[in-house]
Design a protein around this ligand. Sequence first.
Ligand code: G6P
Ligand code: MN
Length: 441
Amino acid sequence: MDRKNLVIVGGGSTYTLGIVMSLIEEKENFPLQSLTLYDIDEARQEKIAKAAAIMLQEHYSELEEFTYTTDKANAFSNIDAAFIQIRTGGLAMRELDEQIPIKHGVIGQETSGAGGMAYGLRSINDMIELVRDIRHYSKDAWILNYTNPAAIVGLALKKEFPDDQRLLNICDMPIAIMKSYADLLEKDIWELVPEYFGLNHFGWFSKIFDKEGNDLTGELKTKITSGDFIPTDKEIANDASWIQTFRKARQMLIDFPEFLPNTYLQYYLYPDELAKKDSPDNTRARQVINGREKQVHELCDHIIAQQTTGDMTIESDIHGVYMIRAAASLLFNLNETFIVMVENDGIISNLPTDALVEVPAILTKNGPKAFSVGAIPTFYKGIIENQHASEKLVIEAYYEKSYNKLLQALTLNRTIVHAPTAKAILDDLIEVNKDYWPELQ
Ligand code: G6P
Ligand code: MN
């Protein structure tokens, strides 16, 4: 295997150190010649990068070069792959996305509903610029995008770069859920073969097989409904909010037993109940600031002060490994199957061709080859079309700078529904997003 050059865009992210550890653990599967971190926030990135440098020196001697930069030419020249995980407006804006809908009695969430739309409208511009810049310096690099809200960002990128064959939007939620399935079934996660369909953060597992083709779906459903369902990937296993979310997925399966739901469906199926539980001074953004962000920064400070990772165990997490193995399959033509986002184009035969669907696909050096799903039952068709229309209207609102289309998008969204509420939330969101959103007419 020849060694590859990788850039992580959003180097200052709280996820970067985990990805670096995963790159170390996965060095046989995805051997690197160079790793570069890129961020627009120099100070935020520096802390992560200085700790990463020590970690890489101690645990990745094969790596020839590690750098971090705020310069695009340095970051994007001569790369084989880019992982993008940016957050336009940072966690501060995430907190507002979550708080404002709550004021109006509606769920406040990073990627779902009004918060997701606000975040989407902020992210599109930066993402388009980044893809353009990466293409300018490395026209054949694979771009793997984790940036949220992936459903909206992904749709916008498809519209802006319809012919770009090396741009893949991906999300770690299905694999994080599969980690819990694997543990319940007492199997290795890579032994599970899923059938899955939907949009990003809006999908269902219809079947789970093992590699020998045995159908484990019935056994899995029984284990979930008759027992407990909790997160088991180490990133989220001890997080109270994620524990609650996985338990809600169990409830969804009891209420709608046909397919196994993505956890994000809770916001669309139980919006009132969840909105009531929400508290504006302790939204998820606040929990992340006081939790993951603080822990990661303390860990970096410790490594930098000691100038060693000491006896710390280098452990991969599913978030990092998923992206790395997907990239390896694309770059080394491994033909492995991953759940990714692709243009529908007939994959789900009774959904719009232009929808960005999340389905299993074989990843080859010529891109993702998705398996055909066929026609989906009426309930899923109806609810997915509604969500797709809502997300598509956000993209149209962005390009046309249309207040009305955004109002339509919010009204269509199952987390909102009532037009006066949609209007009130929209007006408040416009106020705080002035520096990021196009000026709406
Ligand atoms: C999952 C989703 C991501 C989302 C993240 C939020 O990993 O797939 O799209 O950003 O959860 O997690 P947090 O802990 O920041 O709320
Ligand atoms: Mn996701």
